[in-house]
Design a binder for this molecule. Structure first.
Ligand SMILES: CC(C)(COP(=O)(O)OP(=O)(O)OC[C@H]1O[C@@H](n2cnc3c(N)ncnc32)[C@H](O)[C@@H]1OP(=O)(O)O)[C@@H](O)C(=O)NCCC(=O)NCCS
Length: 172
C-alpha cells in the first residue's frame, strides 16, 4: 500500500465497516509506522480489499509493546461487491506469510462477536478464541470484541498448513 492507495482503501473501510471505518489520518499514520505492514488487493482495476498487520508488536490490550516474536492483525476488509471471491483469504495468507518470514511466533486479533465470515476465515488459518472478551468494544453495533490467537507460527505444521492454503489460492 502507498499513499495513492488511500482513497481506495477508505472506500473499502466505508463499505466493509460502515459503522466504524478507520479514517484517512489512521491510514496516513500507518504509512509512517515502521511496524505496520499494509497491503491492498486489486481486482478489475480497483482496490477490492486491504489488510494491515503489525509485525513485531503486541496487541493493544498488551499496550502495543514492541516484541520481535509477536504480530497483531490491525484490520482486514473486503468490499461487499468482492466478498466471497477468496480475496480476504489471499490477504490473510499474504500478511501471515510475511510474519512467518519475519520470525513471528504468534499473532493476535480482535473480532466482533457474531462476525461469522471473519471468525471462520481466521479459524481456517488456525486462530483460536482465547476466551477473552472486551465488552461492547464495538459500541455502534453494541457488540463485544473477541480475542483470537494463532500460535506456533514457526512450527513445521503451521508452515505446511500455510503452504497448502497458498497452493489452493493459486487456482483463483
Ligand atoms: C471477513 C472477510 C474479510 C472475508 O473476506 P472474503 O473475501 O469475503 O472471504 P473469502 O472469499 O476469502 O473466504 C475465505 C474463507 O472465509 C470464510 N468465509 C467467508 N465468507 C463466509 C461466510 N459468508 N460465511 C461463513 N464463512 C465465510 C470461510 O472460511 C472461507 O473459506 P471457504 O471458502 O473454504 O469456506 C469479509 O467478509 C469482510 O470484509 N467482512 C467485513 C469486514 C470484516 O468483518 N472484517 C474482519 C474484521 S475482524
Amino acid at each position: 500500500m502507498t499513499r495513492k492507495d488511500i482513497p481506495g482503501v477508505l472506500e473499502v473501510e466505508k463499505t466493509a465497516f460502515p459503522l466504524s471505518p478507520y479514517s484517512k489520518e489512521v491510514y496516513e499514520s500507518i504509512l509512517h509506522d515502521p511496524k505496520a505492514y499494509p497491503v491492498v488487493a486489486c481486482k478489475n482495476g480497483e482496490i477490492a480489499g486491504n489488510a494491515v498487520i503489525w509485525i513485531g508488536r503486541d496487541a493493544p490490550w498488551h499496550d502495543s509493546k514492541d516484541d520481535p516474536q509477536k504480530a497483531y492483525l490491525f484490520t482486514l476488509g473486503v468490499k461487499p461487491s468482492f466478498q466471497g471471491q477468496k480475496i480476504g483469504e489471499q490477504l490473510l495468507y499474504h500478511v501471515l506469510s510475511a510474519c512467518v518470514g519475519a520470525g513471528i511466533a504468534s499473532c493476535t486479533l480482535r473480532v466482533m462477536e457474531g462476525n461469522i465470515p471473519a471468525i471462520h476465515l481466521y479459524e481456517k488459518f488456525g486462530f483460536q478464541d482465547t476466551g477473552k472478551r472486551e465488552p461492547k468494544h464495538y459500541a455502534p453495533e453494541g457488540k463485544d470484541g473477541i480475542h483470537m490467537e494463532l500460535k506456533n507460527m514457526q512450527s513445521q505444521a503451521f508452515k505446511e498448513k500455510l503452504e497448502e492454503i497458498g497452493k489452493k489460492l493459486k487456482r483463483f
